[in-house]
Design a protein around this ligand. Structure first.
Ligand code: ATP
Length: 202
């Protein structure tokens, strides 16, 4: 099945863009949401997390001890890399299971991931989309959505590559600022992907 990876910085609006594709009937795998689910469901992953970060990574009722994990990984690149090395392969396994459950007649699927490029998972996609927005727009959106301070949003942004870095690897772009229509851009990409996925040269 033709696979398209979609990413963008925090607050760029990648989930919003994906919702427009969903309206067009395109199935979307939300890797970041799935990562949260499998951290409490995937036995192999849970065992790996407990082994690496200690048994108190989980509460007795099976819920993830977010505070414990965040305390370890937030200020340590090395510990964050260990967590990613456990979670990313588990997300790939979940994606494979998800893809098997998809109607084979759909023209293509989307995989939305904040760290599509950073994790290397873009290599498993046929093509990629980068959603962009100006910094001040992204900051305002996330502060409003998550009720957090500008410093908190910037700290989260610092953990991701810049748009310039991501743009070097991206094949397609959606500009989600206050002047461009995302619906028009998604329709245009959808038309292009329908033809490309069908093997038509346009
Ligand atoms: P994150 O990486 O934090 O999950 P994201 O890139 O998926 O962010 P969204 O959640 O889609 O971004 O958008 C962030 C916020 O901005 C949401 O509250 C969303 O409703 C709003 N938003 C996104 N695009 C637009 C737009 N074009 N016009 C108005 N609001 C928008």
């Amino acid at each position: 099945m033709y696979k398209i990876g979609i990413t963008g910085g925090i607050g760029s609006g990648k989930t919003t863009v994906c919702k427009v594709f969903e309206v067009l009937g395109i199935p979307v795998f939300y890797a970041d949401t799935e990562a949260k689910n499998i951290m409490v469901q995937d036995e192999i992953l849970i065992a790996g997390i407990e082994e690496t970060f200690g048994k108190n990574s989980y509460f007795d009722d099976g819920k993830l001890n977010n505070k414990h994990i965040a305390g370890i990984v937030f200020n340590s690149e090395a510990e964050l890399a260990k967590l990613n090395a456990l979670v990313h392969p588990a997300v790939f396994r979940a994606f494979d299971r998800w893809e098997e459950s998809i109607d084979p007649n759909v023209p293509y699927t989307l995989k939305e991931a904040a760290l599509l490029f950073e994790s290397g998972s873009y290599k498993m996609c046929d093509t990629t989309i980068l959603v962009t927005a100006p910094l001040e727009v992204k900051l305002a959106r996330v502060m409003q959505r998550d009720q957090v301070s500008v410093e908190q949003v910037k700290a989260r942004m610092d953990k991701q590559w810049s748009d310039e870095e991501k743009a070097k690897l991206a094949n397609h772009f959606v500009i989600n600022d206050e002047t461009h229509s995302i619906i028009e851009q998604v329709l245009s990409l959808h038309h292009y992907f329908l033809n490309t996925a069908a093997g038509v040269q346009i």
